[in-house]
Write a protein that binds this ligand. Structure first.
Ligand SMILES: *[C@@H]1O[C@H](CO)[C@@H](O)[C@H](O)[C@H]1NC(C)=O
Ligand SMILES: *[C@@H]1O[C@H](CO)[C@@H](O)[C@H](O)[C@H]1NC(C)=O
Ligand SMILES: *[C@@H]1O[C@H](CO)[C@@H](O)[C@H](O)[C@H]1NC(C)=O
Ligand SMILES: *[C@@H]1O[C@H](CO)[C@@H](O)[C@H](O)[C@H]1NC(C)=O
Ligand SMILES: *[C@@H]1O[C@H](CO)[C@@H](O)[C@H](O)[C@H]1NC(C)=O
Ligand SMILES: *[C@@H]1O[C@H](CO)[C@@H](O)[C@H](O)[C@H]1NC(C)=O
Length: 295
């Protein structure tokens, strides 16, 4: 018995030595060998255990101490990964004006390592996966070297800000568009308004902002629809009253002078606001001319 016992113990020792040589796994996962002892895996690294060295977390990944695997940065967060100068011990919230999206469909899945600036027409608050489209009536220049798109800006009066580009694609407004002649707008407008009959607007240019419709001045007419096409374009420039015509302010049409009265029509600096009785009407038949002469 004693012999047998000794025999087995001997063989067990040999067996253990062999196992140790063949399968050198002195450290559990989450630990690594340092000077013959198992040390906890440092944050920013992963340790498979066994004899393997700590593996630095790659770009987009991070880890807490004792990690077997690095974790992928969540949507709305980023991690540059472990480098010579930085240990990826945590993920950071995506700064506003940027987006951070993990790509879980790729193999291996990738976390965000570098926040992406919001493109023109979009903005973002803190820690988002995707920048938000600018709503109509607001605009977003997009994040650049000198500007972070942390909010949607209100479209200024005299301009319009639409989400759609010319082809109806929803893109978000990156830059306010000036109101065309015949139109005007208040603040936060998605479209400019067309001037009503009796009003006009020169439109927004470098000298002025078309923030309101202007009253058609006396001696002129302002009509909303283009007489040639019938389209509502708005009046871009008041139309002077012709000979034997006159108008008060806010006129859609110039009026014709009454019988026995006339006017030279509007010329620069001389608006035709009324008609004067013809000299001939004083001696002509009928009463209208005389009434006009008295008034
Ligand atoms: C990040 O971690 C995941 C999960 O552990 C892994 O699959 C992926 O390879 C790692 N990415 C990098 C760049 O190290
Ligand atoms: C950790 O990484 C190992 C090796 O890359 C992999 O086999 C294992 O599935 C991973 N575990 C988790 C929880 O991601
Ligand atoms: C990263 O972690 C390792 C292991 O804990 C440490 O030796 C090293 O100094 C750290 N580096 C930085 C830049 O913090
Ligand atoms: C934009 O945001 C980044 C990240 O938060 C910051 O480093 C940078 O200074 C900001 N730039 C401006 C112009 O505010
Ligand atoms: C509309 O689409 C056409 C053809 O795809 C393109 O050439 C044009 O630039 C687009 N216009 C705008 C405003 O995006
Ligand atoms: C027109 O509006 C823009 C935007 O609000 C402003 O920067 C500009 O000074 C205005 N121009 C004039 C002539 O008022």
């Amino acid at each position: 018995m004693t012999f047998l016992k000794r025999y087995y113990v001997q063989h067990l020792c040999t067996l253990l030595t062999v196992i140790t040589l063949v399968d050198p796994s002195p450290c559990n996962p989450g630990f690594y060998v340092l000077k013959g002892e198992c040390e906890g895996c440092p944050a920013g690294f992963s340790c498979l255990g066994g004899m393997s060295e700590p593996d630095p977390c790659g770009p987009g990944n991070f880890s807490a101490p004792l990690a077997t695997n690095c974790s992928i940065a969540n949507d709305g967060f980023y991690s540059p990964g472990t480098t010579k100068h930085h240990n990826a011990t945590q993920q950071y919230p995506c700064p506003s004006g940027f987006e951070c999206k993990a790509d879980r469909s790729s193999a291996p899945p990738r976390g965000c390592s570098d926040p992406k600036p919001c493109p023109a027409g979009t903005w973002s608050p803190l820690h988002v996966a995707e920048c938000l489209l600018c709503q109509g009536g607001t605009y977003c220049p997009g994040t650049s070297k000198h500007y972070n798109a942390t909010e949607a800006l209100e479209c200024p009066a005299g301009f319009w800000c639409t989400q759609q580009d010319g082809n109806g694609t929803i893109k978000g407004c990156s830059k306010p568009l000036p109101c065309a002649p015949g139109t005007y707008s208040g603040p936060a407008s998605e479209a400019c308004l067309i001037c009503s009959d009796g009003f006009w607007s020169p439109g927004t240019d470098s000298k002025r902002n078309a923030t309101e419709a202007l009253e058609c001045p006396p001696g002129y007419s302002c009509i909303r629809n283009d007489p040639a096409t019938g389209q509502a374009t708005g009046c871009a420039r008041p139309h002077p009253c012709g000979p034997n015509q006159y108008s008060e302010k806010c006129a859609m049409y110039c009026s014709k002078c009454g019988p026995g009265t006339s006017s030279p029509g509007t010329s620069p600096g001389h608006p035709s606001t009324s008609c004067t009785p013809d000299a001939i009407s004083l001696i002509g038949p009928g009463s209208e001319g005389i009434v006009a002469a008295d008034s």
